[in-house]
Design a protein around this ligand. Structure first.
Ligand SMILES: Nc1ncnc2c1ncn2[C@@H]1O[C@H](COP(=O)(O)OP(=O)(O)OP(=O)(O)O)[C@@H](O)[C@H]1O
Length: 894
């Protein structure tokens, strides 16, 4: 297809040289996102203009260009299977360089780590080494030519024709300029080094392109759908879901949830629990007996698993399992390894890769299906307007689609959640079984491609403090960072101590990269810097046992420090000194208080792995219900409505010696949301009981009211949503004993539900002044305070006013709708406030979390893990300030 497609845009329309010039500009402006966007948008507009003005150009497609701009999204061509090492040797061969020459050595032994400047990738090194050998000084090849050359490279790999490769490369060297060749190499390596995300490039191309790409993972389809003629005639829209058989849909993702925050899920919603399978996400497409398999990032694995019932390692076993009235479908699930002899699942850390296992492996693929995307010609995803069905209805279809064949294809089992105890029990069962965790899903959620916050939650033990066993290791090595901004080390090799009669030996157990905050990493690197020894110059001494994975630098423990490390599992490995290594490790803290001789001993480490199972889970401790009550404000995400009660034995209890002295709260249920600085929760509960009331752990429909002391994020959230009656803890503390039930007045309340508000409005005015009761000085003061407050309009009212006065954009308060946390710049904070933003440190209520543009990707990832809020670069704010309007933040999402 690709050659034909390449021809659709006229060869003369765009030369590769012009594209390279744009790429150069984008590369130069890589720290200036808005400028990059402008450059790219201008380029697209120019091409669009040329297309419409050219004969038949209205039907021309951007695909040949877009696939060069987004080489990492290339799915129409086979993989090139050319990495730096192979490319280096190929160039040396094609250019007939003396392999021992300095230039040839630079190409053959290229390593991004050891190259002289931070910016240099292989293409850049090749450019400098080879630029004088290029004869072509100006551009002569078109985009079509380049695509054809790439087709040939992909073909050469499939057909294993080295000659074809040599031909393409010698042609490229003769016909391309040195600069074009540099970009040609970057396209082959699928990394243009522009620091522009897929979404940003697609978003600049067309506002609907990103969404379309999520549903089909095909640039070709995106370009077809957004052809110039459609754009001009206004017929294009993203409303039509482009789910097509045999085109991969980007899978829906799960949001991380710490089980101790489970109460924060609204109880008005029904959830079910499923096992969290520890395999590889796969989609299966089928039409009339023809199958395709796609991995999570849209790569085809059909050859492996089989395109028909006659081929592959999975499809032949599916022959009789599908219902007879199904013609086509797309299903979503996890490809697991099934141990043929032991008849059980393996997990990802084990010594097989489900994508590449062969017949000889002890494992075979078993597809565990948890969703359906497409059924008998109809897409079932996205919102109802687009034909989407809620999960429970999709699952009704899925249940009838096939019958389980154990070890081949299985439905993911699910159970409806009745209360938080169910979730806890399921997680603890997963911990006991050494499983990865559980997944909790809103049964009414719609399938949203590539979306993470749409009703699916993954709950793993490691998200909860205290369930994991932390291990103390000493740093004995490091690998060098390509980018030295955060210090010299990219990752650290950590070891346990093996105490021997002749002296200690340090046995490396693995490598850890994540977990350290930027400043801390810098501090660690600075402290170790004087003691690092490069392994290339001086091999590590025998007391440091590394095995195959020798670090770039080693350090003696006496000069080193201790890391407290948390990992999800230990997996068998022959790469490091110990027979098991750490899976997904991260540094929890630097133990400056610990001597290196106090780290874990090899003996202790071996005890952990004494079962000899290939994977040892490090989540040892179960979660108990008391932990469920410890809210974690940082991950507070969703609206809280009627919440489930925790089981009786874990409720906050008084000692039982409370004397009931009043009937003010007789038989009423109250829920204490937060305590007061000087009055613990248990004391507030005692007060409730002394008035004859009952304390409940979570508010439900029969809860009379809630009590708030300290303004915790949870308390704020509950007050904000105005769905509960909430009184202040000071009201409870000053409640006088009484023989009759007390009543609530607006002045004591932080929040009211609608019915209460309506009822009280009969007796009180909007400032809390009673129509019938006399008031004292104290009450009068409070009413006056309310009057003052109510003079100021709410944000909502201000927004309305903005709209009336300024239409779409109020140039003086364009940030009014935003609640922003600004990590660094005080100036930005000031300006943001000046332009109407609420600047806040309350992570639960943020619309944007603004961080400096040069924040490391690791830190960005950490923020993403911890916060459910848009994380944007500070360039977004600058763009807003500059343009005096609320600039679309999409381009600035980190
Ligand atoms: N029952 C299930 N429902 C949905 N996803 C599941 C289920 N079981 C396993 N998964 C897998 O869990 C993955 C998410 O969990 P995990 O955090 O381990 O993966 P990740 O790749 O590290 O992160 P993420 O996929 O969330 O970016 C999903 O992509 C999916 O492949």
């Amino acid at each position: 297809m690709s050659a034909a497609v390449s021809g659709l845009v006229s060869a003369n329309l765009e030369s590769f040289g012009e594209l390279c010039a744009v790429l150069e500009q984008l590369h130069k402006k890589k720290r200036h996102r808005p400028e990059q966007n402008k450059i790219l948008a201008n380029f697209f507009n120019n091409v669009r203009l040329k297309m419409t003005n050219s004969e038949g150009g209205k039907d021309a497609t951007f695909f040949p260009i877009l696939r060069l701009l987004l080489p990492q999204c290339e799915r129409e061509r086979n993989p090139y299977n050319l990495k730096e090492k192979k490319l280096g040797s190929l160039l040396v061969k094609v250019l007939s360089l003396n392999p021992k020459s300095i230039d040839a050595q630079k190409l053959i032994n290229f390593s991004s780590v050891h190259s002289s400047t931070q910016e240099s990738d292989f293409a850049w090194v090749a450019y400098f080494v080879l630029k004088n050998r290029f004869v072509q000084k100006s551009s002569i090849l078109s985009i079509t030519d380049i695509n054809e050359m790439l087709d040939n490279i992909a073909k050469a790999d499939v057909e294993n024709k080295g000659i074809l490769l040599d031909e393409v490369f010698s042609y490229a060297i003769r016909k391309l300029t040195a600069q074009e060749f540099k970009w040609f190499l970057r396209i082959i390596l699928k990394n243009l080094k522009l620091e522009m995300s897929e979404n940003r490039i697609l978003g600049t191309f067309h506002p609907h392109a990103t969404e379309l790409y999520q549903t089909c993972s095909s640039l070709y389809e995106v370009c077809e759908k957004l052809k110039t003629s459609n754009i001009l005639s206004g017929t294009e829209s993203s409303d039509e879901a482009v789910v097509k058989l045999f085109l991969a849909v980007k899978p829906m993702l799960s949001e991380r949830l710490d089980v101790t925050n489970i109460h924060q899920l609204p109880t008005s919603i029904t959830y079910h629990i499923e096992d969290k399978f520890d395999g590889e996400r796969f989609q299966m497409h089928m039409e009339n007996g023809k199958f395709e398999y796609f991995s999570r990032n849209g790569r085809k694995y059909t050859k492996k698993y089989g395109s028909t019932y006659d081929s592959g390692s999975l499809t032949p076993d599916l022959k009789d399992c599908f219902s007879t009235d199904v013609h086509n479908f797309i299903i979503d699930g996890e490809m697991m390894g099934w141990h043929k002899r032991d008849q059980c699942f393996g997990c990802k850390g084990m010594s097989y890769d489900i994508k590449t296992i062969t017949e000889n492996s002890s494992y075979r693929p078993c597809y565990c299906v948890f969703d359906i995307i497409y059924y008998n010609g109809k897409s079932l995803i996205c919102d109802p307007e687009k034909g989407g069905l809620p999960l429970k209805e999709r699952l009704n279809i899925l249940d009838t689609l096939f019958t389980d064949v154990p070890g081949v294809i299985q439905h993911s089992k699910r159970s409806i959640v009745k209360d938080s105890t169910d979730v806890l029990n399921a997680l603890n069962a997963a911990i006991d079984n050494q499983d990865e965790g559980i997944v909790v899903k809103d049964v009414n959620s719609y399938y949203k491609p590539n979306k993470r916050n749409e009703g699916w939650y993954k709950i793993k033990p490691e998200y909860t403090d205290d369930t994991m066993v932390d291990l103390d290791f000493v740093v004995i090595g490091a690998d060098e960072a390509e980018n030295k901004r955060q210090g010299r080390a990219k990752s650290f090799h950590v070891a346990c101590i093996d105490v021997k009669p002749g002296g200690a030996r340090w046995v490396c157990v693995g490598r850890v990269a994540g977990g350290l905050a930027r400043a801390e990493r810098e501090r660690v690197c600075a402290a170790l810097q004087p003691h690092w020894r490069a392994s290339r110059r001086a091999p590590p001494p025998p007391c440091l046992h590394f095995n195959k994975e020798t670090p770039d630098f080693w350090v003696l423990p006496e000069h080193s420090i201790v890391f407290q490390v948390r990992a999800t599992e230990l997996i068998r490995s022959s790469s490091f000194g110990a027979p098991y290594t750490l899976r997904f490790p991260r540094v929890m803290c630097v133990r400056t208080d610990k001597l290196v001789s106090d780290v874990m001993t090899l003996q202790e480490f071996n005890q952990l792995v004494s079962t000899r199972s290939p994977v040892i889970k490090l989540s040892r401790k179960r979660v108990n219900e008391t932990q469920l009550n410890q809210m974690q404000p940082m991950t507070l995400r969703r609206r809280v409505a009627n919440l489930p009660q925790v089981s009786e034995r874990f409720r906050t209890k008084t000692t039982g010696d409370v004397q009931v002295v009043s009937k003010a709260l007789l038989d009423r249920k109250l829920c204490v949301i937060s305590d007061e600085e000087d009055c613990k929760k248990v004391d507030l509960v005692k007060l409730i009981e002394s008035h004859g009331g009952k304390h409940v752990e979570n508010p439900g429909p029969d809860t009379w009211c809630c009590v708030v002391g300290r303004m915790t994020p949870l308390a704020k959230k509950r007050i904000e949503i105005q769905e509960l009656d909430i009184v202040t803890a000071s009201w409870l503390r000053s409640l006088p004993p009484s023989d009759t039930l007390c009543s609530l007045t607006p002045l004591n309340m932080l929040s009211m539900k609608r019915e209460t508000r309506w009822q009280l409005s009969l007796d009180y005015d909007s400032f809390g002044d009673s129509f019938k009761d006399e008031i004292d000085e104290n009450v009068l003061n409070k009413c006056l305070q309310n009057m003052q407050q109510s003079i100021y309009p709410t944000t909502k009212e201000k927004l309305k006013l903005d709209e009336q006065l300024f239409g779409d954009n109020n140039p003086f308060s364009f940030l009014r709708s935003c609640t922003i946390h600004i990590a660094k710049s005080p100036l930005h904070r000031l300006l943001a406030k000046m332009y109407g933003a609420s600047v806040s440190d309350d992570f639960a209520s943020l619309t944007h979390f603004v961080i400096p543009r040069d924040t490391s990707s690791e830190d960005v990832q950490n923020f993403k893990n911890d916060l459910n809020v848009k994380i944007v670069s500070d360039e977004w704010l600058e763009a807003c300030f500059q343009e005096k309007r609320l600039v679309n933040d999409l381009d600035y999402i980190m």
